[in-house]
Ligand binder design. Structure first.
Ligand code: SF4
Length: 91
């Protein structure tokens, strides 16, 4: 999980630099994706200043819940499988 820890540190630094993100500005930050739905959350993520860092963390950590970096769990899983296949093909 070293990669996930490093990605989490980068996400934290990016959030601190950005100051605010759509999910943290929501009325219920811990349940924001439930309030707006997966498509609504993905749409809000599209304008987030830390989208890249958030997505990288969620994929590295295999985050099982919610929308992170504009991706649902199934989106993240597909991305991880595709990346592993690309790495295997390059070896
Ligand atoms: S990209 Fe991450 S930090 Fe930004 S709104 Fe979406 S879930 Fe929140």
């Amino acid at each position: 999980m070293r990669a996930a820890q490093a990605a989490y540190a980068r996400l934290g630094a990016a959030v601190a630099s950005a100051g605010s993100t759509p999910c943290r500005s929501a009325a219920r930050p811990d349940a924001w994706h439930e309030d707006v739905g997966a498509e609504g959350a993905a749409s809000l993520c599209a304008g987030c200043p830390v989208l890249a860092e958030c997505r990288a963390y969620a994929v590295a950590a295999r985050e099982p819940h919610g929308v992170w970096g504009g991706l649902t769990w199934s989106d993240r899983r597909r991305l991880a499988v595709r990346r592993r296949a690309e790495v295997a093909a390059a070896v």
